[in-house]
Design a protein around this ligand. Structure first.
Ligand code: GTP
Ligand code: MG
Length: 217
C-alpha cells in the first residue's frame, strides 16, 4: 500500500496501544445543543454516505459492531461519540450527498455537521473519507472548504481499497494528492485503508496517536 502509510515501528506500537483498550458508546447528538461534555481530544470521521465511516471506526477499535453500519446509505443520522479509558473520543458523523433522504433531513444534518466542525474546541482532527473506487466528488468540496476555513486539521483517508487493483489504487492516490495541492490546509498525503482487510488501519491508529501526543504537549 502506498500513500502516507509510512509510520515508524514505534508509532505503530503507540497506535496499537492507544486503541487496544475497551471502546464504548458515549452518546449521540441530534443537535448542536446536545453535544456531550468534552472528555478528551475528538477525532471525527466525515464523508459521503456509505463511504465506510462507521466501518472504519469498528476497524480502528477492533470491534465488529461498535458503530452501526449498513448497506443502505443514511445509516448514521446523528453525531455518535465513542470513548475508551484514554483521552481520545471518536466521532461518527452522518454522511452527506445522500440524494434519497428527505431534503429537510439533509439540510438539518448538513447544518449539524458544519456547526460541529466549526465550533467544537476539542476537535483535534477530521478524517475525510473518500471511496477508493470513486475518488473526490463535488459533494466533498463543501466539507473540505469548511474545514479549510475553520482551520481544523484534516486529512483524506481512502476507504474500500480492497475493491480496486494495485494499479487503480496507485492512480487514485496520485490523482487525489494532485487535487490536494490546491488545498494547502489539508494534509498533502492521504492514508489508504480497507476496513475489510485491515490494510492501513495500523497506520491510521499511529497517525491518531501522534496527534494525541502532539496535543498533549
Ligand atoms: P452512512 O452512515 O450511511 O453515512 O455510511 P457509512 O459511511 O458509515 O458506511 P458504513 O460503514 O455503514 O459502510 C457502508 C457499506 O460499505 C457497508 O455495506 C460496509 O460493509 C461496506 N464497507 C465499509 N468499509 C468497507 C471496506 O473497507 N471494504 C469493503 N469491501 N466494503 C466496505
Ligand atoms: Mg455510518
Amino acid at each position: 500500500m502506498s500513500a502516507q502509510n509510512d509510520s515508524s515501528v514505534a508509532d505503530i506500537e503507540d497506535g496499537r496501544l492507544l486503541f487496544a483498550g475497551e471502546w464504548a458508546f458515549v452518546s449521540a447528538a441530534g443537535s448542536i445543543d446536545s453535544l456531550p461534555p468534552a472528555r478528551g481530544l475528538e477525532v471525527a470521521f466525515a464523508g459521503r454516505s456509505n463511504v465506510g465511516k462507521s466501518s472504519l471506526i469498528n476497524a480502528l477499535t477492533g470491534r465488529k459492531a461498535l458503530a452501526r453500519t449498513s448497506n443502505t446509505p443514511g445509516r448514521t443520522q446523528e453525531l455518535i461519540f465513542f470513548g475508551s479509558s484514554r483521552p481520545l473520543v471518536l466521532v461518527d458523523l452522518p454522511g452527506y450527498g445522500y440524494a434519497a433522504a428527505a431534503k429537510s433531513k439533509i439540510t438539518a444534518w448538513t447544518r449539524l455537521i458544519h456547526d460541529y466542525l466549526r465550533g467544537r474546541a476539542t476537535l483535534g482532527r477530521v478524517y475525510v473519507l473518500i471511496d477508493a473506487r470513486h475518488g473526490l466528488k463535488t459533494a466533498d468540496d463543501a466539507i473540505l472548504d469548511a474545514l479549510g476555513k475553520a482551520a481544523v486539521s484534516h486529512q483524506i483517508v481512502l476507504t474500500k481499497c480492497d475493491q480496486v487493483s494495485e494499479a487503480e489504487l496507485a492512480g487514485r492516490v496520485e490523482a487525489t494528492e494532485a487535487a490536494l495541492r490546491k488545498r494547502p490546509a489539508a494534509f498533502p498525503q492521504l492514508i489508504a485503508t480497507s476496513s475489510r482487510t485491515g490494510a492501513g488501519i495500523p497506520q491510521l491508529r499511529a497517525a491518531i496517536a501522534r496527534l494525541l501526543a502532539e496535543r498533549a504537549r
